[in-house]
Design a protein around this ligand. Structure first.
Ligand code: SF4
Length: 351
């Protein structure tokens, strides 16, 4: 077996037949602006002859990314407004995000943190920054859950993950540690015994939230990686971004949600795409998303129903996009009520 490497330059993508020679210059302009990486299992999954391949669409740079609309923003869900110390986002009372690393094994073309992740991104927390982040959590008894996200925390070595888990395990009031990751589908070989062991800590419950957007991502190797995590006693939940040209189809979404359930992963979040820069070609309207989700209700087992979620631009938190907290306000505009009871409009009125 050859040890293939990830494709991270436009030359790599052209050589692999994923970018046509006549699109090289446009792809290079995109790669100048946003990080690129496609892992070997994904390269194998892409049908390079299909111009609409849903896997390629998620990972291969597209000239449409060079177009930034006025309503798009560098920090679409408002992480920075809720970041008391480097690496922590404390938006809701009982949980915090701990962003220890801003590197990913792949760079999704629709990423909501695309201005923060990548080799040129915010990097990995320094030891002093990690100490301060852990001290922040330790000093907040209301924090019941710590969500490791990033970047993709499972790019860290088992040694570093174990160290972080041991430090979190020493904090009594933290009961749940949740990892958000794409690794089981994009680099399944990384899910080995050492990494799995590092995710567990005595007295704490570990959840692993798998980000996958198309049923084809459930390759045999990916399914085996998921099975190793679940067999080790960890709970798995899903997250999916609703993306035009990838999964904005009731049959594809049904197949994806069934793949999660068949692999012992409870569907959790279906995210409406965020207002990240250069991602308008992926975005459906909220009305289209609600109609699509409505088609799954009743038709597909309740086990396969995720919560359809919109992150309210500006850092106001999540709202169930198909709930009574979201009302049509005319002209394609919606009135949203956040978890504090405050009203916002979507699309937002100003940048
Ligand atoms: S894995 Fe997550 S953080 Fe990384 S590029 Fe994809 S969406 Fe962004």
């Amino acid at each position: 077996m050859t040890a293939a490497r990830s494709l991270s330059t436009v030359d790599d993508l052209v050589a692999a037949g994923l970018v046509r020679e006549d699109r090289r210059a446009q792809a290079a302009a995109v790669a100048e602006r946003y990080a690129v990486a496609v892992t070997p299992p994904l390269v194998a999954l892409i049908d390079a002859d299909d111009p609409d391949d849903p896997i390629a669409r998620q990972f291969v740079p597209d000239a449409a990314e060079l177009v930034t609309l006025p309503e798009e923003r560098a920090d679409p869900i408002g992480d920075l407004a809720h970041s008391p110390v480097e690496g922590i986002v404390h938006r809701y009372p009982d949980r915090v995000l701990l962003k220890a690393v801003h590197v990913c094994p792949v760079y999704c073309r629709f990423c909501f943190r695309r201005e923060m992740v990548g080799p040129e991104g915010l990097g990995t927390l320094t030891p002093a920054e990690l100490d301060a982040a852990i001290a922040y959590i330790a000093g907040r008894p209301e924090v019941w859950e710590v969500i490791l996200t990033g970047g993709d925390p499972l790019v860290l070595s088992p040694r570093r993950l174990r160290d972080m888990m041991e430090r979190l395990a020493a904090i009594d009031h933290v009961k749940i540690v949740r990892f958000h990751t794409r690794v089981p589908v994009v680099d399944p070989a990384r899910i080995d015994a050492a990494l799995i062991d590092a995710l567990k800590a005595s007295g704490k419950t570990t959840y692993v939230a798998l980000h996958a957007n198309h049923p084809r991502e459930f390759t045999e190797d990916a399914r085996a990686a998921v099975a190793r995590i679940v067999d080790a006693g960890m709970m798995m939940i899903s997250q999916t971004v609703l993306l035009k040209g990838v999964n904005d189809d009731a049959d594809v979404l049904t197949a994806l949600m069934r793949s999660f359930v068949e692999n012992r992963i409870k569907p959790y979040y279906l995210h409406h795409p965020d207002l990240a820069p250069g991602t308008s070609h992926f975005r459906l309207s909220l009305a289209e998303g609600r109609a699509l989700v409505e088609r799954l209700r009743g038709r597909v087992s309740g086990l396969c129903q995720p919560a359809y979620i919109l992150d309210i631009p500006g850092g106001h938190g999540k709202v169930r996009a198909d709930s009574m907290a979201v009302e049509e306000a005319g002209d394609g505009c919606f009135r949203l009520r956040d978890f504090r009871g405050e009203t916002h409009f979507y699309p937002p009125e100003e940048n």
